[in-house]
Design a protein around this ligand. Sequence first.
Ligand code: NDP
Length: 400
Amino acid sequence: MGKALIIGAGGVASVVVHKCCQNPDVFEEICIASRTKSKCDALKAKLDGGKTKISTAKVDADNTQELIELINAFKPEIVINVALPYQDLTIMDACLATGVHYLDTANYEPVDTAKFEYKWQWAYKERFEKAGLTAILGCGFDPGVTGVFSAYAMKHYFDEIHTIDIVDANAGDHGYPFATNFNPEINIREITANGRYWERGEWLETAPLSVKQSYNLPQIGPKNIYLLYHEELESLAQNIKGIEKIRFWMTFSDSYLTHLKVLENVGMTSIEPIMFEGKEIVPLQFLKAILPDPASLGPRTKGKTNIGCIYQGVKDGEAKTYYVYNVCDHEACYAEVGSQAISYTTGVPAMIGAMMLMKGLWKKPGVYNVEEFDPDPFMDALNQYGLPWVEDFSPTLLEK
Ligand code: NDP
């Protein structure tokens, strides 16, 4: 069917590449391009020989001109951005300059402030519309599948959704005292930020990790879940009809939180640059360099993830509740694609989103969050490509 340019060669990119290669009728040709070309070449070496033709390239995705040259040389239908959130805008600029569709899994963040807002990317809407190009934002699991689940709930089960609780649980154990499951810098910036949720038309802030409750997750058991701000709250609060309250919850073990607290207390999670032996360094970036590489956790991680959404609303005048979730097994993911479940649950939806676009099912000029597209073909593809979902029509609800 066509060609995709994949930018980034980390944990998530590796899954995207594996999944594109499992789907060669859609992804006839891919180019893996990243800052460190040897990582792209290593991925190519793992997967070469199948039906999907693979090439690699070195690119600095902070440099729009370099990206334009690469896109013009490879001529893809879509750029799948699985580098870091800092590169979103330069890659969107390059897509506009070359007439290519765009997809990412995380909203743009300026390097020097940990802000999670779509405003920078939504500002591209008119330019993508005028160019006849589609930009699909946040197409991992959360954001991503959580938005597709919401669109599916809205389409099939509710007239109005009043409350959404997104619960992201990872019961995986990698055996390290402390490691993050995806890029440590991005992960820690997210967790150490203030919590925030939407209620009756306004954002309410909470101190970082200060609101918790216990929830008994299917196939995982009872876990402490903590209220966090997560970027899909912003778009879902706008796009879901009738929404009154929306919260995001994530599990953390006590040991993880203790390590994080110590690192925070000594200043290691700061994004303020400091001078060290005559050189400016950012403590959080230094911490990233000494923590285990998330891509290396795959062979060590045992256990499951469970990510899903609990909805409360009305259908035909009756109160209704609905829970839809996916359970993913770290070891099964590793056996299939050589990555743990966090990369897997992000990379599979990114491939599916790109496939939706290549097949013309999710093609509409402009900049969109995933819940603005038809969820049905995406939900079918989740079952087909390794992220089957389970429905529960009388779930236990979270505390208010
Ligand atoms: P990694 O750190 O493992 O990989 C990032 C990759 O991007 C690396 O290969 C890195 O290159 C490359 N990169 C960084 N800067 C540049 C640049 N300037 N030019 C070119 N390449 C660059 O991260 P992950 O794979 O864990 O995460 C990828 C993305 O997925 C992130 O944006 C993350 O926020 C998002 N994500 C989304 C989730 C969701 O559910 N929506 C969940 C988890 C992650 P190098 O190897 O040289 O460092």
